[in-house]
Ligand binder design. Sequence first.
Ligand SMILES: Cc1cc2nc3c(=O)[nH]c(=O)nc-3n(C[C@H](O)[C@H](O)[C@H](O)COP(=O)(O)O)c2cc1C
Length: 336
Amino acid sequence: MFLLTIITKIFHSLPEEIAHNLALSGLKFVYSTGLLKILLGKEIKKNQWQNKSSDKWIYKNKLGIAAGLDKDGEYIDCLAALGVGFIEVGTVTPLEQPGNPKPRLFRNRADKSLLNRLGFNNKGVEALVKNLKKRKSTIPIGVSIGKNFDTPNEEAYRDYLFCLEKVYEYSSYIAINISSPNTKDLRELSNNKFLGNLLRIIKDKQNELSESFEYVPIFIKVSPDEELEALEEICKSILDHKIDGIIACNTTIIHNNKNGYGGLSGSPLRYKSNEKLSFIKKIVGDKTSIIASGGVMSSSDYIEKIDAGADLVQIYTGFIFEGPKLIQDILIADSS
Ligand SMILES: Cc1cc2nc3c(=O)[nH]c(=O)nc-3n(C[C@H](O)[C@H](O)[C@H](O)COP(=O)(O)O)c2cc1C
């Protein structure tokens, strides 16, 4: 584990997107050679999972990897080997797209944050499905779906339905991403004008698909930048449409980062995302499940989310800064 932590720090001397891709390819390599087990150094906690009850979705190992780290599902087996209980892959769109121009990912060591404006760079939903079929790991895989950058919001439901149908049979849950700040106007899909209709169409499709396949829960990922009044409306709509869960939250656009526009994640997001998590919990109670995301940089940050009512917790930026040790620290803290 010590060596893995050193390697993580070395990657921090490289440009962000290069470091990201190299780190994941390196992880895949050491996993395929069997070296990863040796580097991890000790037996990792077993990945067990279960449905707690028919209307509440929970895994025994509540720690997951958030969307965006493995956009195309290329690293499922090696990430699973690190001990997480579930992985959310994506966000994928119907068609492959390159995302925004580079540079578009920035690391700030001082406040342990990332700024990204990737813009759903991904190889398209068909490529993801191929990888889902190939995976060996049996841990739950959530799939985050979105719309292509040039699909107008009025037509966005078609992109979500297209992806939903493609991934349904291979997913443990499906996350509807309407909160990324890096696709123009995407967040407007959370407004009254679009949300009710979108949720109704998605729910109908879920009901239809669950007649042919197992029931796959659907989660809506929300923005941390919503005003409380708007967030309450979103929660009520999610409950009205019997959506299975909420992911709170995505990255924030409220910052003064020197690198310009984009979504900020990591330490500076922790307080805001916890505030929104507690508010959501107050509104939805136990009626729907909550996956918490935002600013988990240590085991105590993880416990804070569980105490605030999260059923499951995801990490992204913390994993980039701390490496696999963060996973081990959290799993140890959670089992003690
Ligand atoms: C580089 C990067 C890419 C991301 N891509 C996605 C994405 O494609 N879909 C999504 O729902 N969230 C995406 N996110 C948001 C994360 O899933 C997570 O919700 C957010 O970063 C807050 O968690 P953290 O503070 O632990 O990083 C991305 C975040 C980062 C840093």
